[in-house]
Design a protein around this ligand. Structure first.
Ligand code: ADE
Ligand code: ZN
Length: 338
């Protein structure tokens, strides 16, 4: 392992953009599928080949296929626990897990099957020193009425949920479609996030901020196509959860070397780095390392990204201060050894 890789692995960090369904590995999709009599892929090798995607549409089709193997509480617990273990081993101390609840309820699963399974994984993570909470993402291609009805039915699970968001197909499904949903969620005291400006236009980022009033933009990689918008986000210190490997592999950023993250930092935005879908695009640390190496990030830029991950999380102010102090202690210890 290089010095930089070891340094990044050793830092306490928060992961704010990782999809539960994006954690289903080729091995799990086959094993869980066999157990449940659902076989979207014939073998691990076939699953690996199918996971090799290069557009958002192809990715979303595979993501939906993989999601179909999840049927029981145990399945949700197993997939989430495995990624929580991996993340904790890479220094993640706090993780906000996204899920596409509609990908499961529309297959007839009960909401409780999903949330009770995830609660088991969350208790397991907590025993391992990892705090977790859930972000319920609504799929942009589905309608707002369905999303509103589902939001209303989440009351019994409110304590597990920290925020809502929107994800899935961007083109033709602008954030303004969900204005009432976000108003409702805001009144419930939930945090607000939105995938925007990944494949869809930078106007989506503007709508997410002005109409949905999000706390964080997920991705936002197309922001520099509108220089005035980029200046505005810089002035506001907007939080952006960037996922460099998925952005490059799905062809919305030309290369890791050309990723806008350094510019975002310099302009006053508050980006942080995440895995998106680790079974497809690598873990959080792999994302940090690839980005830091290819974009030649300095240690202080890496540290700013890690600080932003805590500062822009939905943790309480006192927890954020505690984690930032822990990070500072780690940095001091590394400096003493250097
Ligand atoms: N679901 C999982 N990952 C996603 C992404 N990067 N964009 C939209 N929907 C997603
Ligand atoms: Zn995502």
């Amino acid at each position: 392992m290089t010095d930089l890789a070891a340094f990044i692995r050793s830092l306490p960090k928060a992961e704010l953009h990782v999809h539960l369904e994006g954690c289903i590995t080729p091995e799990q999709v086959v094993a869980i599928g066999r157990r449940n009599g659902v076989a979207p892929f014939e073998s691990v090798q076939a699953a690996r080949a199918a996971y090799d995607v290069s557009t958002l549409d192809d990715f979303l089709a595979m993501f939906a296929k993989a999601s179909e193997v999840l049927l029981h509480e145990d399945d949700f617990a197993e997939v989430a626990s495995a990624y929580f273990d991996l993340a904790a081993a890479e220094g993640v101390r706090h993780l906000e897990l996204m899920l596409d609840l509609q990908a499961h309820t529309t297959r007839g699963l009960a909401i409780g099957t999903v949330f009770d399974g995830l609660a088991r994984a969350q208790r397991h993570a907590s025993r391992n020193g990892l705090s977790t909470s859930l972000i319920v993402n609504f799929m942009r291609e589905r309608d707002e009425e369905e999303a509103l009805a589902l939001l209303a039915s989440l009351a019994p699970y409110r304590s597990q949920i920290v925020a809502i968001g929107i994800d899935s197909a961007e083109n033709g499904h602008p954030p303004r479609k969900f204005t009432r949903l976000f108003q409702e969620a805001r009144m419930m005291g939930l945090g607000l996030v939105a995938h925007a400006g990944f494949e869809g236009p930078p106007e989506d980022i503007e709508e997410a901020i002005d109409l949905l009033q999000v706390d964080r933009v997920d991705h936002g990689n197309r922001v520099y196509e509108r220089p005035a918008l980029a200046r505005r986000l810089g002035h506001m210190g907007t939080a952006l959860t960037v996922c460099p490997c998925s952005e490059v592999e799905l062809g919305v950023v030309a290369s890791l070397a050309e990723h806008p993250v350094r510019r975002m930092l310099m302009d006053g935005m508050r980006p942080s780095v995440h895995s998106d879908d680790p079974a497809w695009f690598g873990s959080i640390t792999e994302n940090y390392i690839a980005l830091a190496q290819e974009s030649a990030l300095t240690r202080s830029e890496v540290l700013q990204l890690v600080r932003n991950s805590f500062a822009t999380s939905f943790l309480t102010a006192s927890s954020i201060s505690r984690y930032l102090a822990e990070l500072d202690e780690k940095i001091d210890a590394c400096a003493d050894r250097a």
